[in-house]
Design a protein around this ligand. Structure first.
Ligand code: ATP
Length: 234
């Protein structure tokens, strides 16, 4: 579904990605794990075209993403949920959700998608009239994911969905990620919570200072000596 080959990227003089190869097949949950600053978010931003690679290849099914702008990528069904929530604080939960179906083609599904979001996140239903900015961190994270789903994504890009959440909510958010995937959405996830994310992943990549140093199934990487030492404190 998504094939990244030899992707190189720099912010000005700062080279961040080096020859990154990464593939996401239909139906998978694929995770990129790595330390702070490894370049994980930058991979997602290249896919959603918020930034533009200097060389390499980036294909979604048969479409060359390198030539596309970010609004065109959304039209293909690639939806990014950014790190740090970024919901609309002055709008209610329901209004925030409705903003997620801004692409014309998804408007006819708006009410059905709202219901789906409320089923996945009952907390949002209870708070549908509350202003986004007054929700807790965890609730805002749920709202950001739910809003992303309003765009009928084929490929959902999730940037650190568990960041800053309590252990109980972290568990909850990974359960929901699995459920979204089970309902048919392919997911590319970027996470610092290596243990939880490898548990839900079909496959994963380890990124170190902008290079893929390891890849395998979630189970393989959980059993890998380097992963255990570097990320799982074992
Ligand atoms: P984190 O988990 O801390 O978000 P990450 O692996 O997602 O880390 P990126 O956000 O991709 O890392 O950042 C990779 C490197 O690029 C970092 O050194 C960061 O400081 C730098 N960087 C990110 N965004 C910019 C920018 N807009 N301008 C300049 N440098 C940037």
């Amino acid at each position: 579904m998504l094939r990244i080959e030899k992707l190189n990227f720099a912010y000005g003089d700062l080279k961040v990605l080096w020859d990154v190869d990464l593939e996401v097949r239909q139906g998978e949950i694929v995770t990129v794990v790595g330390a702070n600053g490894a370049g994980k978010s930058t991979i997602l931003k290249n896919v959603s075209r918020l930034v533009r690679a200097s060389s390499g290849s980036l294909r979604f099914n048969d479409v060359d993403l390198l030539r596309m702008a970010s609004h065109e990528v959304v039209g293909l069904g690639i939806v990014q949920v950014p790190e740090g929530r970024r919901i609309f604080p002055e709008m209610t939960v329901l209004e925030n959700l409705r903003m997620g179906s801004f692409v014309k083609a998804t408007r006819k599904d708006r009410e059905r998608n709202v219901e789906r979001a409320f089923t996945l996140f009952p907390r949002l239903k209870e708070r549908e009239k509350q202003l986004g900015g007054t929700m807790s961190g965890g609730e805002q994270q749920m709202l950001a994911i739910a809003r992303g789903l309003m765009g009928n994504p084929k490929l959902l890009l999730l940037d650190e969905p568990s960041l800053g959440l309590s252990p109980l909510l972290v568990k909850n958010i990974f359960e929901i990620i699995k459920e979204i995937n089970r309902q048919g959405t392919t997911i590319l996830l970027v996470e610092q919570n290596v243990y939880q994310s490898l548990h839900v992943s079909s496959r994963a990549y380890v990124l170190e200072t902008g290079r893929v140093v390891l890849s395998g199934t979630g189970a393989e990487l959980l059993a890998n000596a380097h992963v255990k030492k570097a990320f799982l404190g074992m």
